[in-house]
Design a protein around this ligand. Structure first.
Ligand SMILES: Nc1nc2c(c(=O)[nH]1)N[C@H]1C(S)=C(S)[C@@H](COP(=O)(O)OP(=O)(O)OC[C@H]3O[C@@H](n4cnc5c(=O)[nH]c(N)nc54)[C@H](O)[C@@H]3O)O[C@H]1N2
Ligand SMILES: Nc1nc2c(c(=O)[nH]1)N[C@H]1C(S)=C(S)[C@@H](COP(=O)(O)OP(=O)(O)OC[C@H]3O[C@@H](n4cnc5c(=O)[nH]c(N)nc54)[C@H](O)[C@@H]3O)O[C@H]1N2
Ligand code: SF4
Ligand SMILES: [Mo]
Length: 700
């Protein structure tokens, strides 16, 4: 590709793991560089708006610390000592280690491990083709979406909802358990339109007065892990005061006399005692919902990262259903449209080669897996070799002490394909330098909206960086793995995926840069029925049979309440650990990404713990002094940040900061648990009971 003589703007897509999946307008400069990055105006969900960290993308793509050449470890594991080697040597050594592990322990001893550092389907999911053909262990991806998706689909039967642009046509917007200002800024664009154009109030449900709640007309501050109590209290009032849509309930839901009797006992006072929201506020918001009816519930991931998260998601979803809100334009609920795209991943993932007998290992349980926990290994062979793309588990995975211990194993061979020297790359035996999104072609689907988008290659990769696809293809060749997908270019994969999913062709997509795949109004609003067999929304889900990819039932699933209810499996505070810790996302980082860019680092400062001033006074801690945060899984030191916008007994650590930014090099995830959440697994990142101790000045 030729560099332009003068700068030009070209369409692209933000590849990061963010439900906004923004369409971008990128300034391509002469000399193979990029300039400004803006939101594309013509894509009506992005509507010209993107976050500040991606607007400064030149900082990241042209960063002096980018990995540019393959490296091999030259000191002890984790020492950070590496020497440059050639691609041939790096790949040969990898293949040798993989074949050796396979010879000694069988193919399942190799574990390809990846996540959504890029959301491009070719670059993210191509690793599965190698996995399937070579019969390597699979990865059950639980780290992010499981609880939320499970709870939503429990009600609707499908992972699909009302077009999020309809928020602008709502009479009442509810933003529940997502800090959209930080994590998916475009939600705010459409919500604000409803307020401006229709006078719609914005209601925000969260556990602290975050940037999103600051924008709310009605803030509802719940205790972590108690959203179902709030939902039940609201539903009680709707039923009691004749505000429910009885005709809708009879036609399109499983609502019964039993359901009615259940909610009759869940009074606002009962709810207040659990969730902390005053009964009067619950009464008032329920009346508002009943009056407006055209209510849009934007349900986030955050409130589902609790041990009762799936149940809480489902309970919140019941409110718009009680109201019959789904029937109106601008009414109903949205969580994710990931179930609506239809693009075929058969070739990208080599699904024809999938052998269901080969084990899956739980992504979130990487600590127990790598340290030889027999149950986590499904009583199979140990993991002896790993290929890692698009993820940084040493920072982001729960139970970090075990994760580190696992990666430090002398007998584990690790190859990490990365853009930067992450804390996972530092533990590797071989590091391979990776391209960034503007340096390769890929296809993106916006889970948080309705567009299918093309992100074309705009500039040449720097140094010796190679794409994920190229690495997989080259490894396959050297390993003797055969599949037609290894012989195709990324563009051919995109075309195949589109054509075989009845989504047109690459040429079609290339003309516009994106297509709006918004499902018809009738189906998005479930007017003719929900996704379950009987076509009804389920107030009493069959939690054992949720139609989503699954590796079986996990956690204490037998104890899930039959009706929407507060389920007390969370790590409740107790005398020994009196605080509830939530590890919410910081605005300028994206998980552990952007912790390397100057603008983001400057804005986020040092790792801190937000604590109520009265709790701080009780502990004798002043602003900026050090607190040790302790639970049975570990301890971390953070700077106290006095903040009155949260309930007493709740503390917030925004992140994810590098482990190194903390004393002793251990990060926030030493405190989070990897025990699987019922019924489908997942990590309860925001559900931790902790004890706090002031660290005396002399030792801090
Ligand atoms: N800037 C930035 N953007 C991001 C990310 C990031 O790290 N930084 N991460 C990206 C990824 S991978 C994802 S999955 C999405 C996630 O985006 P979100 O859906 O926003 O989910 P979370 O980020 O986990 O948490 C959001 C909010 O949930 C709140 N919360 C925690 N527990 C509870 C609870 O029990 N009840 C209620 N009501 N609220 C609770 C937290 O306080 C926080 O404000 O964001 C993406 N976008
Ligand atoms: N405490 C706490 N922990 C959390 C969360 C939380 O809320 N609190 N959130 C959790 C959630 S929701 C998620 S999704 C996970 C996410 O955790 P991760 O999936 O690890 O996400 P990132 O930290 O963004 O790391 C992505 C990595 O992929 C690399 N990358 C990007 N594009 C490419 C590419 O094209 N090729 C290659 N080879 N590499 C690429 C980036 O450089 C980056 O290092 O973290 C989880 N961890
Ligand atoms: S990180 Fe999210 S909000 Fe920012 S540009 Fe990417 S998709 Fe948009
Ligand atoms: Mo995520």
């Amino acid at each position: 590709m030729n560099a332009p003589v003068t700068s030009i703007f070209r369409p692209s897509v933000c590849p990061h793991d963010c439900p906004s999946a923004c369409s971008l307008d990128v300034e391509v400069l002469p000399n193979n560089r990029i300039g400004k990055v803006r939101g594309l105006e013509s894509q009506t969900y992005t509507a010209g708006v993107i976050c500040a960290k991606v607007a400064r993308y030149a900082e990241r793509i042209h960063h002096p610390d980018r990995l540019m050449e393959p490296l091999m470890r030259s000191g002890p594991k984790g020492s950070g000592q590496f020497r440059p080697i050639s691609w041939d040597e790096a790949l040969d050594r990898t293949v040798e280690a993989f074949l050796d592990a396979e010879r000694r322990f069988g193919s399942e001893a190799i574990w390809p491990y990846f996540y959504a550092g890029t959301m491009g389907l070719v670059m993210r999911d191509g690793i599965n083709r190698l996995r399937h053909v070579k019969r390597y262990s699979g990865m059950y991806d639980t780290i992010c979406t499981n609880m939320a998706w499970t709870g939503f689909v429990a009600g609707t039967g499908r992972l699909a909802g009302v077009d999020p642009r309809e928020m602008a046509k709502s009479d009442c917007v509810v933003i529940w358990g997502t800090n959209a200002v930080h994590t998916q800024v475009n939600v705010m664009t459409h919500a604000m339109r409803a307020r401006k154009e229709r006078g719609a109030p914005i209601i925000v449900v969260d556990v602290y007065m975050n940037e999103t709640m600051r924008q709310a007309d009605i803030p509802l501050l719940v205790r972590p892990g108690t959203d179902a109590a709030l939902a039940c209290g609201i539903i009680h009032v709707l039923l009691r005061d004749g505000l429910a849509d009885r005709d809708y309930l009879a036609r399109l839901t499983d609502f019964s006399a039993e359901t009615e009797a259940h909610f009759a006992s869940r009074t606002p006072e009962w709810a207040e005692a659990i969730c902390g929201v005053p009964a009067a506020e619950i009464e008032a918001v329920a009346k508002l919902f009943g009056e407006k009816r055209r209510c849009f519930f934007r349900l986030g991931y955050g409130f589902a990262r609790q041990r009762n998260g799936a149940v809480n998601m489902h309970a919140a979803l019941c409110i718009p259903t009680l109201l019959g809100a789904w029937q109106h334009e601008g009414g109903g609920a949205f969580h994710s449209n990931s179930g609506t795209y239809g693009v075929s991943k058969r070739m990208i993932e080599g699904l024809d080669a999938l052998d269901p007998k080969i084990r899956w290992l739980d992504q979130s349980r990487i600590g127990p897996v790598l340290t030889g926990d027999a149950e986590a290994l499904k009583n199979g062979p140990p993991v002896m070799a790993m290929l890692i793309q698009n993820t940084n588990p040493v920072s982001v995975a729960p139970e970090q002490r075990l994760v580190r211990k696992g990666f430090a194993r002398e007998d584990l061979f690790t190859v990490v394909h990365e853009q930067f020297m992450t804390e996972t790359a530092e533990m590797a035996d071989i590091i391979l330098p990776a391209t960034m999104f503007m340096e390769h072609d890929d296809l993106y689907q916006g889970g948080g909206h309705t567009h299918l988008m093309l992100g074309p290659k705009l500039i040449e990769p720097p140094g010796q960086c190679r794409t994920n696809h190229d690495v997989i293809v080259d490894l396959a060749k050297r390993l003797g793995a055969e599949h037609p997908g290894f012989g195709m270019t990324p563009r051919e994969h995109i075309d195949w995926a589109l054509q075989n999913g009845n989504r047109g062709t690459l040429a079609d997509l290339e003309r516009e840069g994106f297509v709006d795949t918004d499902p018809p109004f009738e189906s998005a609003h479930y007017l003719k029925g929900f996704g379950h067999r009987e076509g009804k929304f389920r107030f009493s889900p069959d939690w054992q049979k949720i139609p989503l990819k699954s590796d079986g039932l996990m956690g204490p699933w037998q104890d899930i309440p039959a009706m929407p209810d507060h389920w007390s499996v969370i790590e409740e505070a107790n005398a020994e650990f009196p605080f509830r810790l939530v590890t919410a996302p910081a605005r300028s980082f994206l998980n552990s990404t952007f912790t390397e860019t100057a603008g983001s680092k400057k804005r986020e400062g040092q790792p801190a713990l937000m604590i109520h001033p009265d709790d701080a006074a009780m502990l004798g801690v002043a602003e900026g002094e050090t607190l040790r945060v302790i639970n049975p899984r570990g301890d971390v030191e953070l700077a106290a940040k006095l903040f009155s916008g949260l309930r007493r007994g709740v503390v917030i650590a925004e992140g994810i900061f590098p482990n190194k930014a903390h004393r002793r090099g251990e990060g926030i995830n030493v405190l989070t648990g990897s025990d699987p959440v019922a019924p489908r697994g997942g990590a309860a990142f925001h559900d931790n009971r902790v004890r706090l101790e002031k660290v005396p000045l002399a030792s801090s």
